[in-house]
Write a protein that binds this ligand. Sequence first.
Ligand code: FAD
Length: 416
Amino acid sequence: PVNESFDVIVIGAGPSGAVAASILVQKGWKVLVIEKEEFPRFSIGESLLPQCMQFIEEANMLDAVQSQAEALGFQYKDGAAFYRNGEHSNFDFSKKFSSGAGTTFQVKRANFDKLLADRTKELGADVRYKHEVTAVDFNDAAAIVSVKNEAGTSQFLAKFILDASGYGRVLPRLLSLELPSTLSDRRAVFCHLEDGICDESYDRDKILITVHPEMDDIWYWLIPFSDGTVSFGVVGDVKYFDESQTNEAVFDHFLAQEPYLAKLLSKAKKTTPVRSLQGYSSDVTQLYGDRFALLGNAGEFLDPVFSSGVTIAMYSASLAANLLDKQLLGEDVSWQEEYADNLKAGVDVFKHFVMSWYDTELQNVIFFQKDDNDVKAMICSILAGYAWDQENPYVNKTERRSAALVDICQESDENQ
Ligand code: FAD
């Protein structure tokens, strides 16, 4: 038996689900959000990029985020800092090439996601926690979504499904759309710490990305929050991780190997268990179908190094919600051009950056950019999330531009 009908069912109340549902409900559609967990719940992905503030604002959530920032420990963020074997390189987002916000926050996702989901409910969406989507079916008129909760299984009808289930990858799994990522299999090991950092030169307003002193394809993140805690993690190819060791031992081992970080965090105490994630990079054969679209991580996920995940998730949510609104109003839309191709344009810029980071070419460019100049401003834009700005030559012709830059850096190194 079908319990209720909706215009749109959103699977998952993470950032992409909350933004998409909020945009659609404010356009007058009847929206149901199905979320497997009870919020607050832990999630990874804590460093936001300024570009995502545009979508938080579009979803009518900016006031809520800004007014709760202090109470929820959100840390003001204005740039990205990099460190490698004694060399520092800082990117200040206010000096970026693209227009748009130049600051954002680093957030504990349990608090942040709950705030967005509460706001989604306040704006009028029906949000149901501890409900899990277990099956979907389609007929000529509707999508039929099976949902399990403590009371049993129910079925809901919708004109369209937005899959925002992140690593749950509900529709890719149920509709066999999964495609292995072309990126290597990497692992992340991480936890939260009471940081006790007293080094005055340490800038809490920036994420710090540090390259391992010997293996340049291993890197660490240090993401400060405003309550004296940080998120700290190490990422590398799975071959570097000893399977027989506990997460805790692996974490301590890698932290001890980087002298600058080991000193910075010498007084730190763990406040959460050490967790690990592996094989998170993923792709799909298609991003949309007749009655569905995949948002955020339910579509493609690249790599955490440039903190692009939540920004891509929110960008996809805004694109899909606006397109779906037009479709529900009876207008002709092209999901290929207006959704898949548009989304992919920015994702491909990030992908090029990620691959170039791991083959170390981009690392050399980043550490070469000491002084402010036009090229640094263009790279800074992408680090701030503006990967869809066609005015930026590094977005437009990413591969050609960055190859030329790599040559300049190499020539300069040889001349020194
Ligand atoms: P999610 O945030 O994963 O939300 C999906 C929701 O769907 C969850 O609440 C889940 O419970 C729910 N769900 C799942 N299955 C079902 C089901 N069957 N029925 C109902 N509900 C379901 N991104 C950044 O922007 N900055 C970072 O610093 C960053 N660091 C990262 C570090 C690591 C190690 C990794 C792996 C990722 C990182 N990311 C980062 C990426 C970030 O985690 C994701 O891109 C982001 O959370 C995606 O948001 P989403 O809304 O697509 O999915």
